[in-house]
Design a protein around this ligand. Sequence first.
Ligand code: ADP
Ligand code: ADP
Length: 229
Amino acid sequence: MIELKNVTKIYPGQSVPAVKELTLTIQDGETCVFVGPSGCGKSTILRMINRMIEPTSGTILVDKEDILNKDPDKLRMSIGYVIQQIGLLPHRTVAENVAIVPRLYGWSKEKISKRVDELLELVGLDPEESKFKYPAQLSGGQMQRVGVARAMAADPPIMLMDEPFGAVDPIVRGHLQDEFLRLQKEIKKTVCFVTHDINEAIKMGDTIAIFDIGTLIQHGTPQEILSNP
Ligand code: ADP
Ligand code: ADP
């Protein structure tokens, strides 16, 4: 469970808060979609949850514990983070990219190799065909899939996904959305999913949080949002 309590973020030198007095709870196994125009603070919230940046005020709890009391490295290893510019390491193969976090955990070679195959299959890639390729040899959609596989490698309970399918064309995006929904039914991660596309939010979210310049203006299930526009 992720709980944000009265969280405000004002970047140095800025007068307007990027996030303003945000209180929001995301339950275990829930996909909460953050939606709103560019610059309204969505990415800032994700960066605070995995402690890339600190809130100016307020508290963030993960599983009832203030994240400031957690070891930052352990916290980040329990969180899968997927961004639009997926940032695969260019001189590492697909398999090596996916294995980054399991290596940090010190898993055996056999365990890592088995997990890599399993993950690539999970995200809809043929392991034999893809694992020895380099990122430059992949299409945009394939890179996104590898990014998702990498984020899920050590089975983190939390996934932060910042416009994960934003860089691919609409047809591929539709496939990736469908696959993630199918996957999420089985794996039940706690997911914060950022998009500026309300249709994607309605499709992907158990709940939707709508933001406008740093302020949460609506929060509810897709049905609630649609019936109360
Ligand atoms: P979104 O993800 O909704 O597009 P962001 O969280 O990226 O929004 O940005 C929210 C606001 O904070 C924007 O006005 C943005 O310009 C500002 N901002 C983001 N990152 C920084 C930063 N590192 N320094 C200063 N301002 C920032
Ligand atoms: P997004 O909307 O996907 O978060 P942005 O283009 O807003 O992407 O931000 C990209 C990067 O630039 C982020 O690392 C963010 O922190 C930084 N950034 C965004 N706005 C500002 C700003 N006004 N001043 C300084 N850095 C910023």
